[in-house]
Design a protein around this ligand. Sequence first.
Ligand SMILES: Cc1cc2nc3c(=O)[nH]c(=O)nc-3n(C[C@H](O)[C@H](O)[C@H](O)COP(=O)(O)OP(=O)(O)OC[C@H]3O[C@@H](n4cnc5c(N)ncnc54)[C@H](O)[C@@H]3O)c2cc1C
Length: 524
Amino acid sequence: MITYRMTHNTASRPSNANAPEPKMAGGNGFEGWTAGPSSALDTGMIAQGQSFAGGSSRPRIIIIGGGFSGAALAWHLHRTAPHRHKILIVEPRDEIGRGLAYDNDDPAHRINVPALKMNLDFDEEGHFDRWLIATGYPARDPASVIAGVHLFPTRKAFGDYVNAHVRELGDAMTHKKAKASAVIPDQGGYRVVCDDGGDIQADTVVLAVCHTPPDVPASLTQLRTHPDFIINPWQSGALGDIAPDARVLIVGTGLTMADIVASLDRQGHRGHITAISRRGLRSQTHATQFSENIGDFASNPSRTTLSLLRHVRRTIAEAAREGKSWHPVLDQVRLQGFDIWRALPLHERARLIRHLRPFWDTYRFRIAPQVDDVIVRRIARGTLTIQAASLRASASKGTALSVDLRARRSATWKSASFDAIILATGPAHGTVFSSNPLLGQLGSDGLARPDPLGLGIDVDVQGRAIGRDGRASEKLFVAGPLARGTFGELMGAPDLARHARNIAESIARMDVRASRLPPPPVQA
Ligand SMILES: Cc1cc2nc3c(=O)[nH]c(=O)nc-3n(C[C@H](O)[C@H](O)[C@H](O)COP(=O)(O)OP(=O)(O)OC[C@H]3O[C@@H](n4cnc5c(N)ncnc54)[C@H](O)[C@@H]3O)c2cc1C
């Protein structure tokens, strides 16, 4: 058991929040990166023992997308092979390391995994926790300390932690504040075209773009232009105009719904909120006691969804007989997710997504205790109802939004009116090739394609994009949740950190093959 003030290990040096800003690059005059002669990597000039410090001969890696995945990859690349690469992150946001999830200063939005487990390095438990302690965070946000043991800080604090660590890379990393609009094969590497007219040469490109805006369900398209229909609740200020007594309908009952309720509650909303989804399932809470993971789903992995389900249920029942909860069993499923996923044939993976994913999502994505407190309080006071129901839009009456609701297993539609409707169905990753112009270009040029289950981008087990011809590219990688069609569970920060490290190691191995460099150090 860890008690903060007393026993926490603060030995590791905290990241210095005052570390220099990463170098910023803008426009076309981007020294050393503009399209030019091919790098030493391509010409085989990098020899064993050669110093890379400050040289332009270092392999040039462009990471497109500077959210958590892009930042973690840059950090791991530098850690795996310090100063071996020139790293450029193309990211339109002001700061690296935030992305959609952590670029938000609403104090009601908490990380949904204890800080102990949300680390830049998957195997370095407590890295973020120690940084929080060393920077005095718990005293500034006492509500982050749960039962004197776990820290659940704001999501902004996690973004601060990631950003502080990439700043420490100093000259090894450059941030270009722009959007990439095309990646074009060129001189054995790529040319990355940006929306500001920049045109940058790279040896290796990593796509770390991820979340797309939510998609409006067909049943609600007629409301699309209504001012009180909020399609993207993550947009800054999206909930600001909702009156304190407004009747609100939230479509979706997972963690996004919970965030919306917590934000509304914090801004003084006291009206009634109805939240609906097909099954009306809401996110589960964290275990109250720590336990080692339980079960083995990797040694002899299930070949069908049904046998996997039975195996999980059996293991949960065995754990219950020993007085343990389901949490450590599902934590083990998550840890062994790749082995489980890999053993299932494609049609069984599709079946798992169709039948088990809604349940998996509610058990796997657990809610922060502070946010759960708000949900529980509002349900108890009768100002929040969570229902299993379907809906369809009906004619609007005056300024209110009208919909028809049908409770699960009922045949009767009942009409209801709301002052605001908010979509909480999450990012529409299945449409990423049409919603992100860069992926549209990569798709139409045959350099990347959607994975067979429509979860994101098709990649091989090294994370390399598979093109239209079915072949994996040598130097185009995908980091982050869009690679999950190949890896299975790949959404939470711990899984993404592990994936980023694997890609960094793949790139380092590729350098070794191309140039006879010494291999990257093996991580303990
Ligand atoms: C609201 C929310 C809260 C979450 N909270 C948690 C949590 O508490 N704990 C946890 O473990 N997991 C959480 N997750 C899951 C996970 O940590 C995040 O999904 C993760 O941060 C994803 O990071 P990413 O870098 O892969 O993607 P993103 O955060 O989407 O970052 C991608 C970046 O790419 C940029 N980009 C897109 N297109 C281009 C382009 N053409 N050129 C240049 N840049 C581009 C975008 O600007 C963006 O910054 C959360 C997810 C969401 C959506």
